[in-house]
Write a protein that binds this ligand. Structure first.
Ligand code: NDP
Length: 391
């Protein structure tokens, strides 16, 4: 029996993890579940999985969570510090599925206990990848990728010598606007950007798919997690989203990982690792699928991809600045303050300004530097948003 804690249990990745665990109660014991404002669902999950502890990130949600779990014997806590403290209770595997930079501290604490961290939270690797990996190595911890593309690369690399890898291809669906004429993009609305052709995800990540900022994050994650050079990492648009990634070797072989667009596949792989176990996802019918299509990922249509290359080249704190500027620009787009194409323009401007002012390419020696850069980049993006909105 494996012990598991889920950070961000009430979100999309969290719910999929809960689903898999609930189907095999004899295989797992749940230590802690954490959530945010959706305390009703957090309480339901804690009862369903018989968790030891349920934690909400927000102090003002404590009373509701406590009331919902009264008489169950399940412990209750609140606040971001309590989420980090949940990592001090031993679990064989921690699922890191909080959205945003808030996911970094609890994951880091779990790594410092030398345990296994199944990492869905993209921001951890993008903002502080080298630091996170160094801490994992220092404490003998294991990080397993849960993003479908990185799980695919990880699986294709099992038993392979990294020196034989020539290139990695990360596929992209192309998002909501892949077939739109370029001149229409500037007028794209929030509603139009919020519908994904293949995956059912939250609004923020769906808009990030339309702009390809999501793919840009994944390119940076690929470099940080696997240690590939930026020149080895490619992107191709694959509208069916059935191949998640491919790894090319020095004998010309290209190993592709296929699976349905269902996050339970990558989550299940992490839960069973290092073995494979049954995962109840749809089995692909190749004859029914009949054909798989590929198109170039056009950097004129998707400037986020070019920005990701710059970030990978710069390294250091560029990822933290990139993530913060991207989040602030996305907030402004969702609030109706800026247009769809303004997001990439603003992120680019912030990165250029910060690189000129502070220099971003330095070693990350502590989280403080990351948080400071995050703060600066958000403030600067907001300034640029005001200027854009006033035009
Ligand atoms: P969701 O927005 O669906 O869920 C986020 C979770 O984090 C919820 O449990 C939410 O609680 C909780 N949360 C929100 N704010 C805070 C906070 N300040 N402190 C602590 N917890 C908080 O996100 P997803 O599941 O879609 O994504 C999670 C992470 O995984 C992201 O980094 C995303 O990029 C990545 N990812 C997601 C994929 C997907 O298919 N969705 C695919 C690959 C990676 P509540 O809802 O109760 O408020």
């Amino acid at each position: 029996m494996r012990t598991v804690t889920i950070f961000g249990a009430t979100g999309s990745i969290g719910e999929n993890t809960v689903d898999l665990i609930a189907r095999a109660p004899e295989q797992y014991r749940v230590v802690a579940l954490t959530g945010g404002r959706n305390v009703a669902r957090l309480a339901e999950q804690a009862i369903l999985l018989n968790a030891e502890l349920a934690v909400t990130a927000f102090d003002d949600c404590f009373a509701d969570l406590k009331a919902a779990l009264a008489g169950t014997g399940i412990e209750v806590a609140a606040g971001s510090a309590a989420i980090v403290e949940a990592a001090d209770r031993h679990a064989d595997l921690f699922m890191s599925a909080i959205v945003g930079a808030a996911g970094l501290p609890p994951g880091l604490r779990a790594l410092r206990h030398g345990t296994t961290l199944a990492l869905a939270n993209k921001e951890s690797l993008v903002t502080a990848g080298p630091y996170l990996l160094a801490e994992a190595a220092r404490y003998g911890a294991t990080i397993l990728p849960v993003d479908s593309e990185h799980s695919a690369v990880f699986q294709a690399l099992v038993g392979e010598d990294m020196q034989t890898v020539e290139r990695v291809i990360i596929t992209a669906s192309g998002g909501a606007f892949r077939d739109w004429p370029m001149e229409k993009l500037a007028r794209a609305t929030i509603e139009q950007a919020s519908s994904h052709p293949n995956w059912d995800m939250g609004q923020r990540i769906t808009i990030d798919s339309a702009s390809m900022f999501n793919k840009a994050m994944e390119l940076i994650e690929t470099k940080e997690f696997f240690g590939f050079k930026p020149s080895q990492i490619e992107t191709v648009v694959h509208p069916e989203s059935l191949i998640h990634a491919l790894v090319g070797f020095n004998d010309g072989a290209l190993m592709a990982h296929l699976g349905p667009p269902d996050m339970r596949h990558a989550i299940g792989y992490a839960l069973h690792w290092p073995e494979r176990g049954h995962v109840p996802v749809e089995r692909l019918d190749l004859v029914k699928i009949a054909s798989l299509n590929f198109r170039p990922a056009d950097e004129a249509r998707y400037p986020a991809l070019r920005i990701a290359r710059d970030v990978m080249q710069t390294g250091g704190l560029a990822g933290a600045a990139f993530n913060a500027a991207k989040e602030a620009a996305l907030d402004a787009f969702i609030a109706g303050q800026i247009g769809f194409l303004d997001m990439a323009r603003l992120v680019d401007e912030v990165l250029n300004r910060l690189q000129g002012q502070n220099g971003l390419s330095c070693d990350i020696l502590s989280l403080d530097k990351v948080l400071e850069t995050d703060h600066l980049a958000r403030e600067m993006t907001q300034e640029f948003v005001q200027v854009t909105a006033a035009r």
